[in-house]
Design a protein around this ligand. Sequence first.
Ligand code: CAA
Length: 412
Amino acid sequence: MQLLSVTLFGGIFWNYWECHNYSNNKLKQGRIMNFTFSEEQILIKETARKFAVDELQNNAGERDEKQEFPTEEVKKLAELGFMGMMVPEEYNGAGLDTISYVLAMEEISRVDASVGVIMSVNNSLVTWGINEYGNDEQKEKYLKPLASGELLGCFALSEPEAGSDATNQKTTAVRDGDYYILNGTKNWITNGYNADVALVMATTDKTKGAKGISAFIVEKDYPGYLIGKKENKLGIRSSDTVSIAFEDCKVPAANLIGEEGFGFKFAMRTLDGGRIGIAAQALGIAQASLDASIKYSKERKAFGEYISEHQAIQFKLADMATNIQAARLLTLNAAFVKDQVNSFTKQAAMAKLFASKIAVEAALEAIQIHGGYGYIKEYNVERYLRDSKITEIYEGTSEIQRIVIARHLLKD
Ligand code: CAA
């Protein structure tokens, strides 16, 4: 049983009562936890909002149109500590919790979801993954520059025949002395064109299925690391997406993360956190759709009055706002559970499933409210719709999230 009660103190304060049978004792006892956003968390949210409005808003549409990577903007984001938010300070990170990360992700994505995904991949997949499972040398060499924003990372799991079916890895890594030789192709790699470092999953033992997959840190300058052309996408167009081919790419054995065979679990654990980031991205897009709809409905007149006076519009706004608040609570819940206990797979899947669904719905409603104006690029809502759709696809489709949730329900 889970009870979640909300005290609206400007959205800052909420009580949380978890009675799940977690391994963590505090939660096992099912005690009530009062959760208040700290001053630091509020500051993070405000800083992200200000940055997004001041630095991203003006050119988000143009970057989207031109598929232009926000190089300077990402540098500034890094200066704020937003490229390694959950990395400890000793490794050049901001040392923040997942709640802070979610708050920042929502605000950045509310203005520019492309910047949101660039930030999300570097934070929740790349730096979180190395911090959690890398060794001291790997943290020193890669985590520090990735967390400070000196380097950018990408996460290479998907392949032409391994999207949802992620265990079907065809990329191979064969040990050769102090190196592994990688061969294969990775698809749909966000940040892949600009990334300096990739976390690559590859099969080291074909006979073992998921347990024969290993994870490697691979530098883009290693010979045999070949970056494909940028994909021409429907949405999140100023983030880049490419395929990466490995042709006898020689990777030092020291760059293996954990042990041989740990790669699939590494990818799944890391993606659990990634899904919280994408839920927050979806939330940002949904909130932007609502913001735009409220503004427009107070400016546009029809039948002699502002359309905000029409009940048909009011019902849409009310449904959007209610869905957004529910998605926000699910996302904060997932972040909270991640910060408290080791097991947050189900909560992350629920947050992503719901937030991505309501983001697409909110963007569609925003277009409907804007009428013909919603269908042209002068207004941002058509971008919100294009950006929202991918949140139902990447880091595990909605169908995969349902599988993950159902498996947990049946196992618990
Ligand atoms: N945490 C830890 N271990 C996990 C895990 C998790 N969340 N999920 C699965 N595992 C473990 C299982 O316990 C199992 O290990 P054991 O045999 O020791 O028990 C092993 O991994 C294999 O798991 P399954 O048997 O469940 O594997 P499956 O073939 O049924 O697949 C799946 C499971 C959930 C469908 C998985 O393949 C999946 O999540 N697919 C979607 C992949 C995905 O999200 N891709 C996104 C690409 S990255 C991206 O999009 C980034 C970007 O660019 C923005």
